[in-house]
Design a protein around this ligand. Sequence first.
Ligand SMILES: *[C@@H]1O[C@H](CO)[C@@H](O)[C@H](O)[C@H]1NC(C)=O
Ligand SMILES: *[C@@H]1O[C@H](CO)[C@@H](O)[C@H](O)[C@H]1NC(C)=O
Ligand SMILES: [Zn+2]
Length: 297
Amino acid sequence: MANSLVFGVVLALWIQYVSPASFEYVNQAKWYDDYSQCSFKRQSPIELNTNESKISYDLPKLYFNNYQMLYPQKVVVENNGHTANINLPKVDVESLFGKSLLNQILPQIYGGPLHADRFIAESVHFHWGSKDTHGSEHVIDSTRHTMEMHILHRNSKYDTVEVARENPDGLAVTAVIFQAHEDNYDFSGLNSVIERLDMVENYNTTTEIESFFILDNLITGLDSDSYFTYEGSLTTPPCSESVTWVVFTDILPMSHFQMKKFHKLRDEHNTVLQNNYRSLQAKGSRVVTLRKHAVKK
Ligand SMILES: *[C@@H]1O[C@H](CO)[C@@H](O)[C@H](O)[C@H]1NC(C)=O
Ligand SMILES: *[C@@H]1O[C@H](CO)[C@@H](O)[C@H](O)[C@H]1NC(C)=O
Ligand SMILES: [Zn+2]
């Protein structure tokens, strides 16, 4: 009896010790105490200013490979208390076809600042505000837009996101920024996700996307030729300094009606999940490159 009590206390302490502290957007200063990397010098997001960037016309294009792939399993959206998160299914082609082919089948990016390394798409999530006047994490030329979508990719030379994020070249995140417009035309590329948000308004709920899920749909019409790129971090704890950022300059239009669906999500305290974007971090001595595509004469 006494033994099991001692065991229980020790177990409780151990769980408290190893389980990561939760984090809140309303108290971002606490992140520095709980997660040391959040105060390091390669943090994200930062302000991206054209006038302070190294303009490049010869940085290669970023390539999207297999973004048209139809995921064979159901794709799940979850409200994790911080965002609506889509963990892309682990397609079991590895056992079917072997690891070399895995890299040829799955949606991935390469080129641009990533050179020849292949980065496999792992998950998609969103950052937004309390109103449509703000919400994006990166601020471009003094403007904070309505929403920012992140597609997180893992360098295929690492086996998992957890391992990848411990390495400076482990992750690549493509950021697509949206602006809600008065004309209120839906951005149809997001509809398969947005139409399911009603089902995940509460914390720790999940739902399946009903239609076939194709990553490419999420970036329908995006001009991916022009982007800012820099070396940064995850914008949520543990703030791992492992991310090559690619932030497209093409701002996609969406409707206020679509944004309202995000604004109805609730966090673990059952309060409205809003302003889930991190404050701007110091750029420091880092170089931000702005890729422009040469205009044909
Ligand atoms: C660049 O532009 C931003 C506003 O867009 C301004 O705040 C900043 O001071 C400018 N930087 C330089 C070096 O001119
Ligand atoms: C989340 O939901 C699952 C299953 O519905 C449950 O087992 C788990 O304890 C919940 N987690 C939290 C933190 O509420
Ligand atoms: Zn993010």
